[in-house]
Design a protein around this ligand. Structure first.
Ligand SMILES: *Cc1c(COP(=O)(O)O)cnc(C)c1O
Length: 455
């Protein structure tokens, strides 16, 4: 029997369109609101931060949005990404289930994030923007945007959460190798950063603070725009190349998933693999289960409240309706930095409320255990975030074994862990802690949610 099977699409099968699930939703989304007026925001409110092409995508109801030629040209460097049948893992688990995974770690920065960094840099360039400011947690988004900026000749300034800046020097070096400037956040460069430092001089930062800094810089400088690596509709849209390719690859395999799995931080790689399948289902296609996986330390979909909240700590962003732990919630430190965001993409939150997707949460040590089994069987070391998807795929496969039934499982392996090997070192040394979030901290942060009349 063949071992691991790889399904490779021809280059001309890179999708020509992004898939916009807004066209197929059974109920409309709640509109984003202006933080000052509480009224729905319009394109002009977002114009200081984003190019018009992306604002248009943010509110579009068109099912297919054409991928510009120059973007497809860059995608060619690593897309179509491979899809594998994990036969060695199946044998290791001794399961009748069939396990497939889509591997996004083949991109230059090692994750799915360049799928959106590249079009974002492209549209900004088209609009004459010379500089983009952004935030990064663990550094995956910062390095992906730095890469995209280097391709289109845009200066990228990255506000990196201070604790990661100190703990992940190689991600920072990667950003600098691509020509970006990387600043530890909170910094003295912005009002938002200075305010935090005045109150808490030894602050180790958070994603919410770093977003406030990056947004402020873009809002104050006409030549500078802001870019976000997850959460927003246009980001999720760009990631749908993942699921579209996976549909074609599952067809090559003569198979179709019974369950589709992705880890969820802001929700973009999850949406990327899931939305094209969900769209087929909503248009009358085959049924399947869709599962989002998150850390118990930051359980946005499983424990958060569905409410209007700010995307950042400094309250500069629009109010969006989403599953949130509260914008002032500080999750305990876990290695999956990309899953430590207080909110969730409004689109993912909406379909969760509609009952179209399930969510589960796991502790980090059980995720690393599954990831090590996976690495030994399949040869790829998952990113700490991706270990959550691996864990749930294993759980589903073992359930099949218990029931004596075969199901087809597909998960997205959103990235490799080569820059995060300290997490594995800690795991092997028995130093990984399963920290739960503090219920009192959650209650406090939720009590802090903004009052929104429209609710
Ligand atoms: C950033 C990141 C995530 C989490 O972000 P989403 O928007 O939820 O996809 C997951 N996996 C990897 C490898 C990442 O870099």
């Amino acid at each position: 029997m063949t071992d691991q099977v790889k399904y490779v699409l021809e280059e001309n099968l890179i999708p020509k369109f992004w898939y916009n699930i807004a066209a197929d939703l059974p109920a409309p989304m709640a509109p984003p609101l202006h933080p000052g007026t509480g009224q729905p925001i319009g394109p002009d409110d977002l114009a200081p931060l984003f190019p018009m092409a992306l604002i248009g995508q943010e509110v579009s109801a068109e099912r297919e949005i054409e991928i510009p030629g120059p973007v497809r040209e860059v995608y060619r460097q690593w897309r179509p990404a491979p899809l594998y049948r994990a036969r060695r893992l199946e044998r290791f688990l001794d399961t009748p289930a069939k396990i497939y995974y889509k591997y996004e770690g083949v991109s230059p920065s090692g994750s799915h994030k360049p799928n959106t960094a590249v079009p974002q840099a492209f549209y900004n360039k088209e609009e004459g923007i010379t500089k983009i400011s952004t935030e990064t947690g663990a550094g995956q988004w910062g390095s992906s945007l730095a890469y995209a900026g280097s391709i289109f000749g845009i200066q990228v300034d990255v506000y990196m959460v201070k604790v990661s800046f100190q703990q992940k020097p190689y991600r920072r070096a990667l950003m600098e190798a691509y020509g970006a400037r990387c600043v530890a956040s909170p910094s003295t460069e912005t009002d938002a950063g200075r305010a935090v430092l005045a109150a808490t001089p030894d602050s180790t930062g958070s994603l919410g603070i770093a977003i406030s800094e990056a947004v402020e810089v873009a809002a104050k400088n006409a030549d500078t725009h802001y870019a976000l690596g997850s959460v927003l509709n246009h980001v999720l849209l760009h990631q749908t190349v993942i699921g579209q390719e996976a549909i074609a690859q599952m067809e090559m395999a003569g198979d179709y998933p019974d369950v589709v799995i992705g880890c969820a931080g802001g929700g973009s790689n999850f949406a990327g693999i899931a939305f094209p399948f969900l769209g087929q289902k909503l248009r009358g296609g085959k049924d399947m289960r869709i599962v989002a996986v998150e850390p118990t330390a930051c359980p946005t979909l499983t424990r958060g409240k569905y409410a209007y909240d700010f995307g950042d700590t400094g309250h500069l962003t629009p109010l969006v309706k989403m599953h949130t732990l509260g914008n002032s919630f500080v999750p305990p430190p876990v290695h999956a930095g990309g899953l430590r965001y207080h909110g969730m993409a409004p689109l993912v939150s909406h379909i969760k409320e509609l009952g179209l997707v399930e969510a589960v949460a796991y502790h980090q040590t059980e995720c690393f255990k599954a990831a090590v089994d996976f690495a030994r069987a399949e040869g790829i070391v998952p990113a700490p975030e991706s270990t959550h998807a691996v864990k749930h795929a294993v759980v589903e496969a073992l359930k099949c074994k218990e029931e004596g039934t075969s199901r087809t499982i597909l998960f997205n392996l959103s990235g490799h862990g080569h820059f995060d090997m300290q997490a594995y070192t800690d795991y092997f040394a028995g130093n990984l802690e399963d920290r739960d979030y503090d219920p009192a901290e959650l209650e406090r942060a939720l009590a802090d949610l903004p009052n929104v009349a429209a609710e």
